[in-house]
Design a protein around this ligand. Structure first.
Ligand code: 5AD
Ligand code: SF4
Length: 480
């Protein structure tokens, strides 16, 4: 048990030197052209990728790039890619292919790809051969070296490919980050995954679990709260194993209790939890910490013990039910979401019926349902598969229907209830112009005098639909 290697400060300083070099070049470009150079930093994939892109955007911004969405008007285009399902890869590759036109029109544009998809050797090779307009490719382990890699790509000696790195992983602290302007912020507490669920590519592309130190996390939380962020999500592939590598005798529930002491008016959420590691100890901490939202994302993937075993998930459906019962007993207002994979190799109709039963019985507020996608290099890619495509699609549709029925009832039960919400955007509905989230993360469109982005408010629910609650304000809580 030993803490992950920290990237040495001297190496981080070196990256800042590259940032300065590029910034100097960009100032000169801006002087000649009368405008700052621009960069696109687009994310495909999960929350971890969004958090990573914020780091890259932070570096780009320090280099003097204005961040834009317009690929036709960019000097650097960076796509942060995902590998979790084939669909995510084809979407990313489709978008990369479409950039050939941009490269033709503006050959000086640097096209860069990073993230989980390109960390896979066979994909990096494919890009080298079949996507000659891509100038820079770097994997998840090289993210912190982006300034140096971009500098080399800008020098145009040759195309730059770097998917090297130790799967044991390192942690790079002290690089810039450019966060969103709303109420919400991501806060990574750990990286990587040790679980090797048999369908999942993540441990191969993101390396082993490594936890950031509690001091660094707390300091970042304090900064976020001071900067006015009110909805903060702690991120990790499996947050419940936080701290195991640190040898400090602390676990994730200890971290939650420590962070909860940071003063301010904000909510802490976290994801993702794993049923094999989530415990009553965690639910006690959630219940007792005032800042922690009573919201739990606890993926169960399948309701069949046979399939769970083949997935190497390390728990049974019965254990999952017990966890939920304990959590709901402690936090009756808890909102609950989960991930499910339909059509895992060898899943029978009887296995699927067990998934359906669990969905109906537990009553989730939100489900993320996925058709199994074969990932080469994972054990499940070699498992025999009997069910056909249509059969799997039919199971998937039945699951969605069951979920919609549950959600409709759950949403309707909020009618007339009073809830605390955080306003975080604008809504399309003219009668309810603000978009907000409940503490449990449910979407609310709301109206009321004096509402502003970033406000907490007390509301009463006027009507409900499958996807949204509609509400008016009762008392103004606080204005940011
Ligand atoms: N096929 C389909 N879904 C997958 N997930 C992970 N790997 C695969 C795969 N090969 C889903 C799991 C996980 C979520 C983030 O993505 O449900 O919890
Ligand atoms: Fe993938 Fe399982 Fe790790 Fe989640 S816990 S990232 S599903 S291997």
């Amino acid at each position: 048990m030993c803490a992950a290697k920290l990237v040495p400060e001297a190496s981080i300083r070196q990256q800042y030197e590259y940032i300065d070099l590029i910034a100097a070049q960009n100032r000169e470009k801006a002087r000649l052209s009368g405008r700052n150079p621009r960069a696109v930093a687009h994310t495909f994939g999960c929350q971890q990728n969004f958090a990573d892109t914020e780091r890259i955007a932070g570096m780009l911004s320090e280099m003097g790039y204005d961040i834009t969405d317009d690929v036709n008007d960019a000097d650097v285009i960076l796509y942060n890619t995902c590998a979790v399902r084939e669909h995510a890869e084809s979407r990313a590759l489709g978008n990369v292919g479409a950039l050939t036109h941009v490269k033709k029109a503006r050959p000086e544009t640097v096209i860069a790809l990073c993230g989980c998809m390109v960390q896979q050797e066979q994909i990096a090779e494919k890009i080298k051969k079949s996507y000659p307009h891509v100038d820079l490719v770097f994997g998840t382990h090289a993210l912190w070296r982006f300034p140096e890699l971009l500098f080399r790509a800008l020098s145009r000696e040759k195309r730059v490919f770097d998917i090297s790195g130790d799967a044991a992983g390192e942690i790079a602290e002290g690089l810039p980050v450019l966060r969103g302007t709303g109420a919400h912020a991501w806060l990574s507490i750990m990286y990587g995954c040790n679980n090797f669920c048999t369908y999942c590519i993540v441990p191969y592309v993101r390396g082993r679990e490594r936890s950031r130190s509690p001091e660094v996390i707390e300091a970042e939380l304090r900064e976020l709260v001071a900067a006015g962020y009110k909805d903060i999500t702690l991120l990790g592939q499996n947050v419940n194993s936080y701290g195991r590598d640190l040898g400090l005798g602390m676990d994730f529930s200890d971290l939650l209790r420590r962070l909860d002491q940071v003063p301010g008016d904000y909510l802490l959420r976290f994801m993702t939890s794993h049923p094999k590691d989530a415990s009553p100890r965690l639910f006690d901490a959630m219940a007792e910490c005032g800042h922690v939202a009573k919201q739990l994302h606890l993926p169960f993937q399948s309701g069949s013990d046979t399939i769970l075993q083949r997935m190497n998930r390390g728990y049974t459906a019965g254990h999952y039910r017990e966890l939920i019962a304990y959590a709901r007993n402690k936090m009756p207002e808890l909102t609950l979401s989960s991930d499910i994979i339909v059509g895992f190799p060898g899943e029978t109709e009887a296995d699927f019926q067990q998934t359906l039963s669990l969905v109906r019985e537990v009553g989730f507020d939100m489900l993320y349902t996925f058709l199994y996608s074969k990932r080469s290099g994972t054990p499940a890619a070699e498992y025999p598969d009997s069910a056909g495509k249509e059969e799997k699609q039919d199971r998937f549709n039945r699951l969605l229907k069951a979920q919609d029925e549950t959600v409709e009832h759950r949403q309707a039960a909020y009618l007339g209830k009073r809830l605390r919400i955080l306003v975080d955007g604008t809504a399309k509905s003219p009668d309810y112009p603000f978009a907000a989230r409940t503490e449990g993360g449910l979407l609310v469109c709301c109206k009321g005098p004096g509402l502003q982005l970033g406000d907490f408010a007390e509301v009463e629910i006027d009507k409900t639909t499958l996807r949204c609650l509609f509400a008016h304000t009762i008392i103004q809580h606080e204005t940011s």
